[in-house]
Write a protein that binds this ligand. Structure first.
Ligand code: FMN
Length: 370
C-alpha cells in the first residue's frame, strides 16, 4: 500500500505496537471456522490466513484449545500436542512469508462443552456447577464440574504451556481468550461465578483467575508478546455481569501491572451475539485506563473504524465478518471499494474451500463483473 497517500485514512496509517511495526490498523479478528479436523490445524488454513495477510498487518488466529478439557465444539484447532504444534508451523510460516504479524488466540471453553468432547466422557470444568440452558442452535451442554481451588493452578499451567507451544509453532505472541462466556469469562462474571473461595465473590476475587493466567503466560513468553480479549458488556452463553463497566475498568487498570502488549475489547453494542445495536455505553474509560495498545472490535465498518482511530478511541480495529468475506479488506478500505457480503451459512461448515478460501479478491470481483 502506498503509505504516503493513505495518511488521510486513519485505519491505514502505521502504528508501532510494542516491538511490532504495523503498517496499518485493520486487524483480522479471531474467527473460528471449525475446519481443523480432529483438532489438528489443516493445510487449507495456510491459504485462508495467507489470503488475509498484508505486510505489517496483524492477524489473530482463531480460538485454539489449550488442553483436552478445553474443547467444546467439533474440529476446533488445539495447541497442546506435538502434532498440533507441527501443523501450525506451515500456517504461521505462510503468514510470516508475506510479512504479517500473527498471534494465537488461546482458549478454554469451560462449561460451554459436553461430556462427548471431554476426556473419558467426564463433565466439563468451570468455576461453577451451574449448567447452561440448552442452546437454540441444538448444541447440548453437560452440567459442569466445579473446579476445586487446588486444581486451578493446573488450568493456569495449561494456558502457560499453550503459550509456550505457540512460540514453538512460530507465532509472534498469544491472545488470551477472556471473552464471550468461555472459562475465563465464566470466572469473571457474577452471573456465573458462585464460588466462595478466593476465586469468587468480590470483583477482585472473580478477576484473580484471569490475572493469574496473564501473569503465568507473561512470565513464560514475555509480556511484550501477550494480549487479552475481554467482553465485559456481553452476556453470551449466560455469562453476564451486573456491573460491566466496573469489571472492564478493573481489568484495564489491573492489566497495567503486567505491562502486556495489548488489550482487545468487544464493544458493548455487541451485547447480544453478533447483533450490532445502538448503545450509550462505551469502551472509552477502559481505553483511557489501559496504558498500552487498545484494540476494539464489534460491528465496525470503514467509517466508524476510521473515526475510532482518528478520535483516539482505539489504536487498532479488529474486523471479523468483513475480513472473513473480504480477504483484501485493507485494500478495499484504501480504495473505498465495495465489499463482498458474508455468507453466514458457511461460517462453520467443514468444506476446506467453500465459504473459506473462495471469497473473491477485488481484482477477481471486478473482472468477474466485466
Ligand atoms: C464465524 C465467526 C467465528 C468467530 N470466532 C471467534 C473466535 O474464535 N474467538 C473470538 O474471540 N471471537 C470470535 N468471533 C467473534 C469475532 O472475532 C468478532 O468479535 C465478531 O464477529 C464481531 O465483529 P464483526 O462485527 O467485525 O464481525 C467469531 C465471529 C464469527 C462471525
Amino acid at each position: 500500500m502506498g503509505e504516503e497517500q493513505n495518511l488521510h485514512i486513519p485505519l491505514l496509517t502505521p502504528y508501532k505496537m510494542g516491538n511490532f511495526q504495523l503498517s496499518h490498523r485493520v486487524v483480522l479478528a479471531p474467527l473460528s471456522r471449525k475446519r481443523s479436523y480432529g483438532n489438528i490445524p489443516q493445510p487449507h488454513a495456510i491459504l485462508c490466513y495467507s489470503q488475509r495477510t498484508t505486510k505489517g498487518g496483524l492477524l489473530i488466529a482463531e480460538a485454539t484449545a489449550i488442553s483436552d478439557t478445553a474443547i467444546g465444539y467439533p474440529d476446533m484447532p488445539g495447541i497442546w500436542t506435538k502434532d498440533q504444534v507441527e501443523a501450525w508451523k506451515p500456517i504461521v510460516d505462510a503468514v510470516h512469508a508475506k510479512g504479517g504479524i500473527f498471534v494465537c488466540q488461546i482458549w478454554h471453553t469451560g462449561r460451554v462443552s459436553n461430556t462427548g468432547y471431554q476426556p473419558n466422557g467426564q463433565a466439563p470444568i468451570s468455576c461453577t456447577d451451574k449448567p447452561l440452558s440448552p442452546s437454540n442452535d441444538g448444541a447440548h451442554y453437560s452440567p459442569p464440574r466445579r473446579l476445586c481451588t487446588e486444581e486451578i493452578p493446573h488450568i493456569i499451567n495449561d494456558f502457560r504451556l499453550a503459550a509456550k507451544n505457540a512460540m514453538v509453532a512460530g507465532f509472534d505472541g498469544v491472545e488470551i481468550h477472556g471473552a464471550h462466556g468461555y472459562l475465563i469469562d465464566q470466572f469473571m462474571k457474577d452471573q456465573v461465578n458462585d464460588r466462595t473461595d478466593e476465586y469468587g465473590g468480590s470483583l477482585e476475587n472473580r478477576c484473580r483467575f484471569a490475572l493469574e493466567v496473564v501473569e503465568a503466560v507473561s512470565k513464560e513468553i514475555g509480556a511484550d508478546r501477550v494480549g487479552i480479549r475481554l467482553s465485559p458488556f456481553a452476556d453470551y452463553r449466560e455469562s453476564g455481569d451486573s456491573n460491566s463497566e466496573a469489571l472492564g475498568l478493573y481489568m484495564a487498570e489491573s492489566l497495567n501491572k503486567y505491562d502486556i502488549l495489548y488489550l482487545h475489547m468487544v464493544e458493548p453494542r455487541m451485547k447480544t451475539q453478533l447483533v450490532k445495536s445502538e448503545c450509550s455505553q462505551s469502551l472509552v474509560p477502559m481505553r483511557k485506563a489501559f496504558n498500552n495498545t487498545f484494540i476494539v472490535a464489534g460491528g465496525y465498518e470503514r467509517e466508524d473504524g476510521n473515526n475510532a482511530v482518528a478520535d483516539s478511541h482505539a489504536d487498532l480495529v479488529a474486523y471479523g465478518r468483513m475480513f472473513l468475506a473480504n480477504p483484501d479488506l485493507p485494500k478495499r478500505f484504501e480504495l473505498n471499494a465495495p465489499l463482498n457480503k458474508y455468507d453466514r451459512s458457511t461460517f462453520y461448515t467443514s468444506d476446506p474451500v467453500v465459504g473459506y478460501t473462495d471469497y473473491p479478491f477485488l481484482d477477481q470481483a471486478s473482472s468477474a463483473q466485466v
